[in-house]
Design a protein around this ligand. Structure first.
Ligand code: AMP
Length: 214
């Protein structure tokens, strides 16, 4: 059983890689973005606040996200977990260390997906998601009108250039210090993520299977 983290800028493909890994290794995929999007659909004060923050591209407070994550990590995770979108601040990483310690778990790999800002910006406006199964597409890379499962495709409200610029700034300011944080712990594996989805996936899978850092 391996527990992994994806450390990556917005639209770098972490959600896609996490879904592929979940399928191949039967792991639990924990996306704080998905958990927050679900909570943001509630018509209460919390839902409205989350919608506003997420649409703007800013980060949600550590307290809210950590509480959501705690509930998930306390469930059955026997084939390991993939953290997609968490931690995003040094404080979240410190809290995660405490949490995994309490639960007698380890973090095995932190995959840092490296992609240039201009590539990310171009990708973001083409991203579409399936309403039914959550599968991610990019209309610049393939001509698609609906998902293979039959579900309709939609565009995330924060997938526009204005939100992207703020999300990217938040990433540089608050998340990128985690590169050093995990490098110091000897957990960081840098992946060139400006490549075909399958090439990236094969590299990550072989590292997961053989503990190879290639
Ligand atoms: P994502 O789906 O990972 O791109 O996340 C979408 C949005 O959810 C982000 O732009 C943040 O507003 C919020 N979010 C997701 N994960 C976190 C986190 N770990 N800490 C704070 N905000 C988060």
């Amino acid at each position: 059983m391996k527990n992994i983290i994806f450390l990556a800028p917005p639209a770098s493909g972490k959600g896609t890689q996490a879904s592929l890994l979940k399928e191949k290794f039967n792991m639990s995929h924990i996306s704080t973005g998905d958990l927050l999007r679900e909570a943001s659909r509630n018509d209460d004060d919390m839902g409205i606040m989350l919608r506003n923050i997420m649409q703007s591209g800013n980060l949600v407070s550590d307290e809210i996200v950590i509480n959501l994550l705690k509930n998930k990590l306390n469930t059955d995770l026997k084939n390991g977990f993939i953290l997609d979108g968490f931690p995003r601040t040094v404080n979240q990483a410190i809290e995660l260390d405490k949490l995994v310690n309490e639960l007698n778990l380890n973090i095995d790999f932190v995959f840092y997906l490296n992609v240039e800002k201009e590539t990310l910006k171009n990708r973001i406006t083409g991203r579409r998601l399936c309403q039914k199964c959550g599968k991610i597409y990019n209309i610049y890379q393939e001509s698609v009108n609906s998902c293979t499962c039959g579900g309709e495709l939609y565009q995330r409200e924060d997938d526009n250039v204005e939100s992207f610029n703020i999300r990217y700034e938040e990433y540089i300011k608050k998340t990128s210090p985690l590169i050093d944080y995990y490098e110091d712990k000897n957990l960081l594996i840098k992946i060139d993520a400006d490549r075909e989805i399958n090439d990236i996936f094969n590299q990550i899978s072989s590292i997961m299977q053989g503990d190879l850092n290639d």
